[in-house]
Design a protein around this ligand. Sequence first.
Ligand code: MG
Ligand code: MG
Length: 239
Amino acid sequence: MREANRIVSLILDELGTNVKPGVPTILFEEICRARCEEHGVRPAFLGYQGFPFALCCSVNEEIVHGFPSKDRILKEGDIVSFDMGVVYEGFYGDSARTFAVGAVTREAERLMDVTRESLTIGIEQAVPGNNLYDISAAIQSYVEGAGFGIVRRFVGHGIGSHLHEKPEIPNFVPKGMAGIPLKAGMVLAIEPMVTVGTHEVEVLEDNWTAVTKDRKLSAHFEHTVAVTSDGPMILSLSE
Ligand code: MG
Ligand code: MG
């Protein structure tokens, strides 16, 4: 899983360096597939429940599961979220980041900062003896305290020899439910999706692309994290 996630973070690094105005988002899919082939790994999302791409590429009000496209040209002021996973020798890596396209509004900057920081704050809770929902509560209170919305429709997940394993990891505390205790050896994909406005989601007619109901901006950061007796170990950390 360390190797799978190392490759994911390398590819995300490269995608990030190619983010600029004028670029069609299909370019990122092409880079992603080429690098997977070079590293001898399988893209985890391609064909997953019928998803037609290796990369989720979500621009502005798109939250997750956006399609890369030759017709979608990035423009100055956009923000773009890349979410990708690979399978290495049967084990999965999964990570996501949001990038600014050129100069963006202060609000967009702040959205990205708060989302990234909420992931860091959530990860700090991923220690043995804590409850799973300590992660959820930390993310939710930070995001809502900053005046943003936290998406409920999509959640993080356990990860290992499958892309999505138990438990679900909500970025909010579900009412009336008890989380499980965290133990060393668990590996969690923690992935807050944060919105400027409402946290409510709509899915477009392509049956995949999830957008904010009010069409305001959304950002997404994700790491695959091992719970260890020495604390949280981020496997998808960029070099
Ligand atoms: Mg992901
Ligand atoms: Mg994930």
